[in-house]
Design a protein around this ligand. Structure first.
Ligand SMILES: Cc1ncc(COP(=O)(O)O)c(C=O)c1O
Length: 432
């Protein structure tokens, strides 16, 4: 029998997402504060356009003005001039990027969606690390796929990847492996050894690899160990090791092992311009396979043609402006990271997991109460908003996540309040 909606009854929605998700306690508390007219220091803000950075607005407006002709030559993979400029910009001395290996999308999120459509049938799985970027769940679900997980190993200095954990989490329905590099929110880069192991595994199993590199431009310095303190050994990587780029290009090969790979990036992070709606996929792997995949991606992209042509025309100019915006963001991240480190220095029980790159920082706190209770208390008493670790699927309690983007004065006030709050909780718990 066909399940037709009754006249006057609500239409049936798909089961892809839980559409009417109740507000969580933290979101409710934020809303109530704002209804009562109370100010909140928001240390979860990751929108670069809302943190007081100076943008070259006139130059950007001029670029768009010059690109605004109505002429429309549809190019599903992106207009050639835009792909050429991007290829030149992404190329490094040992790794020339070919324009033909690039696909333009309206965002990195859309790039995920293209790849999910190309590789997954409804009910198939994509495998990603936890803790990780929370939107991946919805992105997979919206394309009818299930997101499965393997856990990263938390260490004192970084979160390490155990290739055995990936292998154990694979199922016959796993279609793609997703790595976020550097991780969000962990800030950890993969070590060369971890990368080799992942490429070997993907090549051996014919498993395509998505390498989300949206934060790759934001390397944060790692301080040398203080005099007299020994660097702690880490599983799978050393403290202070310089991050290596994940080899997702034609070099995603080790001997005979070559993995099909897709590095994702976009203007939203690399140029601090989320409103320009332009992301990209770079294909890597066996050349013949690449051509087949590109043809598939072209079909997907042709169904939407979603990247605005004026934005594509303006891309070569935007890529020239981008390094200035990036430098301002990087200076902001590094300054705030130093302020965070200083604010926590007097609290030996609280550990900053040193971010090697990216826009956020993870703080490990003693288990004084559940993380939600802690952040609700912080909001209520100090008017400071941070994320509890569960928002990013941390396996255990005792993790807090802060954005490193907020304006310096606000950030300094926020981390001072956080330190005060933690100090009071630790003292109340008998100083543990
Ligand atoms: C790891 C990661 N990937 C992708 C995205 C989405 O980027 P875009 O704005 O290009 O869709 C984000 C946004 O925060 C992110 O953190």
């Amino acid at each position: 029998m066909v399940d037709l909606p009754m006249p006057g009854s609500a239409s049936r929605l798909s089961r892809r997402l839980p559409w009417e998700r109740p507000w969580n306690r933290l979101a409710r508390a934020v809303r109530e504060r704002s209804a009562r007219g109370l100010a909140t220091i928001d240390l979860t803000e990751t929108n670069p356009t809302r943190v007081g950075l100076a943008y070259p607005d006139d130059e950007l407006a001029e670029l768009l003005r010059r690109s605004a002709a109505a002429d429309y030559p549809p190019h599903p993979l992106g207009i050639p001039a835009a792909r050429e400029a991007l290829a030149a910009c992404l190329s490094t001395p040992g790794d020339a990027v070919a324009p033909d290996d690039l696909v333009l999308t309206a965002s990195t999120s859309e790039a995920y969606s293209y790849l999910f459509k190309l590789f997954g049938d409804p009910g198939d799985e994509v495998l990603a690390a936890v803790p990780s970027y929370p939107l991946l769940d919805s992105l997979a679900a919206l394309d009818g796929l299930a997101l499965t997980h393997f856990r990263l190993e938390p260490g004192r200095w970084r979160f390490a990847l155990d290739p055995g954990a990936i292998a154990r989490a694979l199922s016959p329905r796993t279609r793609l492996l997703i790595l976020v590099h550097p991780g969000n929110p962990t800030g950890s880069y993969l070590t060369p050894a971890e990368q080799d192991a992942v490429i070997d595994l993907c090549a051996a199993r014919g498993l395509p690899l998505i390498s989300d590199e949206v934060f790759a431009d934001y390397e944060l310095t790692v301080p040398a160990p203080a005099a007299g303190t020994a660097a702690l050994p880490e599983p799978g990587g050393e403290r202070g090791e310089r991050p290596a780029a994940l080899r997702a290009g034609p070099t995603a090969a080790r001997g005979d092992a070559e993995a099909l790979s897709f590095s994702l990036g976009g203007l939203s992070k690399s140029a601090g311009l989320p409103s320009w709606k332009l992301g990209w996929i770079r294909l890597g792997g066996p050349p013949r396979e690449r051509r087949r995949i590109l043809a598939g991606l072209e079909l997907v992209a042709d169904s939407y043609l979603s990247v605005a042509t004026p934005v594509q025309r303006a891309l070569p100019g935007v890529l020239q402006v981008a390094p200035r915006i990036r430098s301002a963001i990087l200076a902001r991240l590094r300054g705030n990271l130093a302020a965070l480190r200083a604010a926590l220095a007097a609290l030996p029980a609280v550990e900053l997991v040193q971010p090697q790159g990216g826009w956020s920082a993870v703080v490990r706190v003693p288990r004084l109460m559940d993380d939600e209770g802690l952040v609700l208390g912080l909001l209520e008493r100090e008017g400071i908003l941070i994320h509890p670790g569960y928002f990013f699927d941390f396996a255990a309690e005792g993790y807090l996540v802060l954005s490193l983007l907020p304006a310096p004065a606000e950030f300094a006030a926020g981390v001072a309040g956080l330190a005060r709050h933690l100090e009071a909780l630790i003292a109340g718990a008998g100083g543990k």
